[in-house]
Write a protein that binds this ligand. Structure first.
Ligand code: ZN
Length: 235
């Protein structure tokens, strides 16, 4: 059962289209997993539609429509609802897909996440510690770093805090920290300065999507050694 949801401010920003794309990605994936927030989003869209109906139509000038259509074509798609058709896959990429699809952590993910994986094949996992592997994802924006974090079963991530906001969406397995246990679909927004130490549960590994706007900061005696090595590369 999902216990952690985006707050109302985030849902309003998402529905109005003013949320940065990387954050929208995490909200969109949560919506695909959470009927409660999907209903709330539909309600907000309904309100937004009602407000638009009350507006006087504005004259557009010149090539405004052409430019808008070009922007829509260029936008990364959220949920695959809009955007250009993808090119057919080569036999080589199809064989990689088959291997990914057999990976239990990557099978049956929200559609918007599967599309993101498709755009980032092959996934290159980097070992950060004995418990944690990560892979940065290219999303076509330059403000947030978007990545998958994969914690092995029972694995502990080093205690850390953040210099910016961090969204974590649990996709597979579960983890806990001092505040509780988080299961698939749970959406966590941490503000700068909040310290936490995720620990995956013992039954299976845990896969999360993370969206961060500043580098993590490792606490404790190893911090001085590790922090200069932690890069931050939105892409
Ligand atoms: Zn929700």
């Amino acid at each position: 059962m999902i216990r952690h949801h985006p707050d109302n401010n985030l849902l309003v920003e998402y529905a109005s289209g003013s949320l940065p794309w990387a954050m929208s990605l995490a909200v969109s994936a949560h919506l695909q997993l959470c009927p409660q927030c999907r209903r709330e989003n539909e309600h907000l869209n309904h309100i937004g539609g009602g407000l638009l109906e009350g507006c006087e139509p504005q004259e557009t000038t010149g090539d405004a429509l052409d430019r808008l259509m070009q922007r829509i074509d260029a936008e990364p798609t959220a949920g695959g609802a809009t955007g250009p058709e993808r090119a057919p896959e080569s036999p080589k990429s199809r064989s990689r897909n088959t291997r990914d699809d057999r990976d239990p952590a990557l099978a049956r993910l929200p559609r918007v996440i599967r599309k993101l994986i498709g755009d980032n094949r092959p996934l290159k996992w980097r070992r950060v510690s004995p418990s944690l592997k990560t892979t940065r994802l290219t999303t076509g924006q330059d403000r947030y770093e978007v990545a998958f974090q994969r914690i092995c079963r029972g694995g502990k991530v080093v205690e850390h805090d953040h210099r910016g906001r961090e969204v974590t969406l649990v996709l597979y397995g579960s983890f806990s920290d001092a505040d509780g246990v988080y299961t698939p679909g749970d959406f966590l927004l941490r503000e700068p300065g909040e310290v936490h130490q995720p620990i995956a549960t013992q039954d299976q590994e845990c896969l999360c999507l993370s969206v961060v706007e500043a580098p993590v900061h490792v606490k404790g005696p190893l911090g001085w050694l590790v922090n200069p090595l932690l890069s931050f590369r939105p892409a």
